[in-house]
Design a protein around this ligand. Structure first.
Ligand SMILES: [Zn+2]
Length: 522
């Protein structure tokens, strides 16, 4: 490397890192239990990785994370070497930390990372990466830096099993490369679910082999709006397979969302016969038309179910996720009220109003998904007109305060994503990082005996206003780091002032990962 570049890197990354106390233990989300000790472990060319056979993939992953910035190889399981090693091991006695928990011990001689399962080892590796100086995230060799990790002991496991992010890929198409960037950042902060909002009025974004019109017509804005080409498009099934694999390597499950019965006018651009009135809409950018359309799938038309079941056949086969999200929000009922087919369906099924018709619609789809071995998730409106026993509810209407308790009391699982704290398309003036951090997904007064029904928490990003990668980045970061701690760290261990200090040190890592973030307005 050119000397001038080395000096530059030294000034830009090493000095600030030391000034900011990068060698102290600054981890987000905060581990449940951490004890600092004297001294440091130093990674040098003599360092090696020891691993059981079952953890060779993890060992290679760790190598892959570290070697670009180190600029040298780390041997895995060399013949000699008991000192200066990073030791990865499965330990069934750590079952009390759960599938995702891990135990990390760092002394000047060795690092030991142990967990009940490979998932825990993966999260422990993320902690280890964060304990190194931020330039470890560079993809080229960084010289003149001492790769020191503070000596400590950590015992850690997540508070919630669902630690999610929703990206709205419909209002604005988000490229595969951008999604990989977010997956990489999510995994560093131990987030484990990416919910892809794949269909909505602004575009259908998933290739369905049986219906090529969904790609050729429903994924494009109407030409009269002269939208930039990069805002539209779709993911081929191969793209999705690539993303699923990339995510799985980072302990992240991708959950697809296919909206129904509302937010579906992009489907009617290609298949108008599936709406009650046979309407067809010009697919418009969100700012140039209604946010909620009155046209919805006709619940009285068998063709609607034939279409949706064919779509769900391909979706179920493509996504290994046990969950499929079917939307269910913001579906106006006025066309159902006026539609003879829908009214006949209500009479035939003995449904007393259109809310019950929506509930019947969702239950019919749920039964179909269950037959494919999948579980249904829907936005909280799926409660209206009656909730099935097994559906999982995604709570978003922050202003309807009694929903979480009601859902849990019915025995259904709930994921907390209220507009009050989790809507990352909102401005920082409305939802500051501090406000996100203050969120407790188990609301005050929530009945203790239902706590286990709260699967977790999720940030929702809608792409109607912020549509370019740097602007999307700045809506997500640094709020996402605050939510990561909400999702992982027990409420009584959280401390905003302490988080703020740790956040400062992580901003450098985000920069190196090519992620923009909003400064100030914490
Ligand atoms: Zn109808």
């Amino acid at each position: 490397m050119n000397t001038r570049i080395i000096i530059f890197l030294h000034l830009v990354f090493v000095l600030p890192a030391l000034v900011n106390g990068q060698t102290t233990a600054q981890v987000i989300p905060k581990p449940q239990k951490m004890e600092l000790a004297q001294g440091v472990f130093k990674i040098t060319p003599a360092t090696s990785i020891l691993s059981q056979k079952e953890l060779l993939t993890s060992a290679k992953q760790l190598k892959g994370y570290l070697e670009p910035a180190l600029g040298y190889d780390l041997a895995v399981n060399p013949k000699s070497g008991k000192k200066n090693v990073i030791n990865l091991k499965l330990d069934k006695s750590l079952v009390q930390l759960g599938e995702e928990g891990y135990k990390l011990g760092i002394t000047p001689d060795n690092i030991t990372l142990a967990a009940f399962s490979e998932k825990g080892i993966f999260w422990g590796i993320q902690t280890l990466r964060q304990l190194l100086p931020a330039p470890i995230f560079r993809e080229a060799q960084v010289q003149e830096i001492s790769w020191e990790i503070p000596c400590l002991k950590i015992e850690d496991c997540p508070r919630f099993k669902w630690r999610g992010v929703m990206l709205d890929c419909s209002r604005t198409f988000i490229t595969k490369e951008e999604i990989k960037k977010y997956l990489e950042a999510m995994s560093l902060f131990k987030m484990n679910v990416l919910h892809m909002h794949l269909t909505d009025d602004q575009g259908w974004r998933l290739e369905i082999k049986k219906y090529p019109e969904l790609s050729s017509i429903s994924s494009r804005f109407h030409e009269s709006f002269k939208e930039p080409k990069e805002y539209e498009g779709f993911y081929s099934q191969d793209d999705i397979r690539e993303l699923i694999k990339f995510a799985a390597q980072r302990n992240i499950m991708i959950v697809p969302e296919i909206e129904m019965p509302g937010h579906t006018t992009e489907v009617f651009a290609a298949f108008p016969q599936l709406s009650c009135k046979g309407d067809t809409n010009k697919i418009h950018p969100w700012t140039k038309g209604y946010g909620v359309h009155n046209e919805v799938f006709c619940a009285g038309n068998e063709q609607t179910f034939e279409f949706l079941q064919n779509v769900l056949n391909e979706v179920s086969a493509l996504f290994p996720s046990e969950y499929i999200h079917i939307g269910g929000d913001e579906a106006p009922k006025m066309h159902w009220k006026a539609c003879p087919k829908c009214q006949k369906r209500m009479a035939d099924e003995g449904l007393k109003d259109e809310n019950e018709l929506q509930s019947w619609f969702v239950k019919r789809i749920e039964k179909y998904l269950n037959s494919k071995g999948k579980k249904l998730i829907g936005w909280d409106e799926i409660m209206e007109g009656g909730l099935s026993k097994s559906a999982t509810v995604m709570y978003w209407r922050g202003w309807v305060k009694d929903v979480p308790q009601k859902v849990a009391a019915l025995g259904n699982n709930i994921i907390m994503t209220p507009t009050s704290h989790c809507y990352f398309d909102y401005t920082y003036e409305k939802i500051s990082t501090e406000r996100v951090y203050s969120f407790n997904p188990v609301p005050p007064g929530f009945d203790e005996k239902f706590v286990e029904k709260v699967l977790g928490v999720q940030a929702n990003f809608w792409s109607h206003l912020d549509r370019t990668p740097p602007r999307i980045d700045r809506q997500l970061f640094p709020r996402l780091l605050a939510l990561a701690e909400v999702a992982w760290t027990n409420n009584d261990k959280k401390d905003w002032n302490d988080f703020k200090v740790r956040l400062q040190s992580k901003l450098k890592s985000l920069e190196i990962l090519g992620i923009s973030y909003t400064i100030g307005n914490y």
